[in-house]
Design a protein around this ligand. Sequence first.
Ligand code: SF4
Length: 350
Amino acid sequence: MTSKSKVVRVGNVLIGGENAISVQSMTKTDTRDSSSTIDEILRLEDAGCEIIRVAVPDMEASESLKNIKKAVHIPVVADIHFDPRLAIESIKNGVDKIRLNPSNIKDKEWIKAIASLGKERHVAIRVGANLGSFNNRPDNIEQALVDSAIDEVRLLEEVDFEDIVVSIKTSDVLMTVLANEHLSKLTNYPIHLGITEAGPLEDSLIKSSVGIGKLLLEGIGDTIRFSITGDPVFEVRAGFTLLKSLGLRRKGLEVISCPVCGRTEIDVLGMVNRVKETFQNVKRPMKVAVMGCVVNGPGEAADADVGIAGGKNSGVIFRKGKIVRVVHGQNLLGALMEEINNFLEKNNDN
Ligand code: SF4
């Protein structure tokens, strides 16, 4: 299902072609406060974030990029609006990619200057169009968004700059989907997907999954970001959950758990929460099932690496649908954790 776009290098990550669809996030800290920004990026790295974008609203923020780059291990993208000098300084300060919003920098010579320096320093550029690209709302908004992005791409190509990633994001799911479908027919540069200003956790999870998921299923998109009003760690977790649910990435913990009903014999939610807390940052692919009873237990979760199904004051532990242990009494959670650790030990992860 991966698209056949051109491959663009962003630091140590390759975007596009047959490469894995990467998961991005954006810091919520003041970039001028490099210490807090570094802490947040390191937390996001632990969660699996593969590319991080930081806002660069002024020269002090651009200067701070030097410290940030020294301390983090994933590519850093400088988000630039209006002032082209911030893009130039950010490139000089070592960022791996610049995000420009078409029409926020009107002077074409400045765009070309940014691209020329980017080319010299092997820094990629994301052309990121959104509704902020227009002073007045055009009649055919999807077309206008595509035109705006493509015009900027052509400008970069005029100075032989081709390390380009393109994105069109709006807070409207259908508009974003239509615009990206159209965009994908006009360019083979990698496309970054997201629904922007998608709201707090629940709202964003639904809007982003529908919008990004639909496009990914059509083979459109090479990198994604969930935009969530809240802790950016959720953006990363949500991104991987979506990719795993579409079979596009196999990485880390995936939980299968039943919704609970009148037959439930164990504390399903309590166990799921403990499993997620404990094993959230595991790197290898691992499916863990927590089922409330044996009616649909091992059968429904047959492909789980480790699972538990509740019984009356007891539970059965299963692996790949086969019961391997019957646990009596209260310590069902302890038994499940032990089996997960055994699985990880055997499969070289912790
Ligand atoms: S697995 Fe059992 S407890 Fe859970 S929802 Fe299904 S029938 Fe109910």
